[in-house]
Design a protein around this ligand. Structure first.
Ligand code: SF4
Ligand code: FES
Length: 250
């Protein structure tokens, strides 16, 4: 199949970019979206042109590195799929596809389709961890966890930190990401001792990085490739309110 691609090209941070049009040929239905971009890059390199920069690592929907806005939708139109999970069988010969980077104040564009998502690392460094020494793997019955809580914690822990929730949100809020990271710890006994410090520190860092606040638009949940639920944001709000009321004003 032959396709027309409109791809965001930007030479570096802060440099104005533009959508450029390319023709790509010989795309097979079983190729992934990233393999289609590889094919384009081989063509560009053959012509002596700069290949399109894009993020990727596992190419199996695990790492969250791929971060493309495909025809206006973060990670494309396949539900519950990362950009690398998208297959070209969704398209037909002659289609035109527009590809852009994740855009948000907290995700500045580095080059072409690559966004700097290190803000997520700084939010995690602010409190997304358990700092007590929990020793080696504990005996399973030492701290019983109700099954429904364990399942909610596992669902929250499925967040791969891709940032599609930010790219989809009209407020460029990262609260679904923060909520997933807070929930996976708040729901388990190991996360209890630091829950207040964690909620305050992560949300302060979230705001400092330039992300907006949640106004219940729901775009994040609809776009999340891992199906992280909006109800985690309700839990984050409860954790934050609890921490705010129990922490002395400085
Ligand atoms: S909540 Fe979903 S969309 Fe947001 S960073 Fe995690 S996996 Fe990606
Ligand atoms: S490259 Fe790892 S999830 Fe897409």
């Amino acid at each position: 199949m032959n396709l027309t691609l409109r791809i965001w090209r930007q030479k570096g941070p802060g440099i104005p970019g533009e959508l450029k049009t390319y023709k790509v040929e010989g795309i097979l239905p079983d190729m992934s979206f990233l393999e289609m971009l590889d094919t384009l890059n081989e063509q560009l390199i053959g012509l002596g042109e700069d290949p399109v920069a894009f993020d990727h690592d596992c190419r199996e929907g695990i790492c969250g590195m791929c971060s493309l806005v495909i025809d206006g939708r973060p990670h494309g139109k396949d539900p519950l799929a990362t950009s690398c999970d998208n297959r070209m069988r969704r398209y037909k010969d002659g289609d035109t596809i527009t590809v852009e980077p994740f855009r948000a104040r907290g995700f500045p564009t580095v080059k072409d389709l690559v966004a700097d998502r290190s803000a997520f690392d700084r939010i995690l460094q602010a409190g997304g961890f358990v700092s007590v020494n929990t020793g080696s793997a504990p005996e399973a019955n030492a701290a019983p966890v109700p099954r429904h809580k364990a399942e909610l914690a596992m669902d929250a822990a499925s967040c791969v930190g891709c940032g599609a929730c930010v790219a989809a949100c009209p407020n460029a809020s990262a609260m679904l990401f923060v909520a997933a990271k807070i929930s996976q710890l708040a729901l388990l006994p190991q996360g209890g001792p630091e829950r207040e410090r964690r909620a305050l520190a992560m949300m302060r860092r979230h705001d400092k990085e330039g992300f907006g606040n949640c106004t219940n638009e729901g775009e994040c949940e609809a776009t999340c490739p891992k199906g992280v639920k909006l109800s985690n944001i309700a839990r984050l709000n409860r954790e934050f309110l609890r921490a705010s009321l129990r922490t002395p004003v400085e």
